[in-house]
Ligand binder design. Structure first.
Ligand code: IMP
Ligand code: MG
Length: 178
């Protein structure tokens, strides 16, 4: 069955406004702490790029890649690191930057893994939270938007690698015709 772009859930202007607010919060909370933002590849790249420009404190950024959806809209539940950080996070104030928290498996695995590396602190900023879908309880420190249980694309989020370049977030719908 094919898929097509559905309605817009979050317009670009709305995302931009919320990202500015999150940037202000991080600037306030991490003033003097030189935090390390860890973007989760690839979905969080667009969000991280805008988020860092909404801050006005010294910070560094690095990336980590985890295996997740494998081309479908359902999580396999299996998480592993497929590309690791390039720096040590020991004694650093780490902020994991995620696109969307769904079952919570990926972020809870990542938090556990990063915690073993002895950061000074470890927090999470997620652009989207599908809280209804949670299977693993996990604390999120900053959330952009809580959204309903729907598969979404755009602003970094993909379906089979596509749609990341949309400046807004839209639902992906199953195309039953044809
Ligand atoms: P979780 O481990 O179930 O929380 O899944 C988190 C990961 O699944 C995210 O980092 C995304 O890569 C992917 N994901 C979950 N929901 C969506 C969605 O609606 N659109 C695109 N990717 C999603
Ligand atoms: Mg992701």
């Amino acid at each position: 069955m094919g898929h097509r772009l559905g309605r817009v859930l979050i317009a670009h202007e709305e995302i931009a406004r919320r990202v500015r607010e999150l940037g202000l919060s991080l600037s306030r909370d991490y003033d003097g702490k030189n935090p390390l933002l860890v973007g989760v590849l690839k979905g969080a790249v667009v969000f991280l790029a805008d988020l860092v420009r909404a801050t006005d404190i010294p910070l560094a950024a690095d990336f980590i890649a985890v295996g997740s959806y494998g081309g479908t809209t359902r999580s396999s539940g299996v998480v592993k690191i497929t590309a690791d950080l390039s720096v040590s996070i020991e004694d650093r104030h780490v902020v994991v930057v995620e696109d969307v928290i769904d079952t919570g498996r990926t972020i809870s695995y990542l938090k556990r893994n990063l915690q073993t590396r002895r950061p000074a602190s470890l927090k999470v900023v997620a652009l989207l939270d599908k809280s209804e879908r949670r299977e693993v309880e996990v604390a999120l420190d900053y959330v952009g938007f809580t959204i309903p249980n729907e598969f979404v694309v755009g602003y970094g989020l993909d379906y089979q690698g596509f749609y990341r370049n949309l400046p807004y977030i839209a639902a992906l719908e199953e195309d039953s015709a044809g």
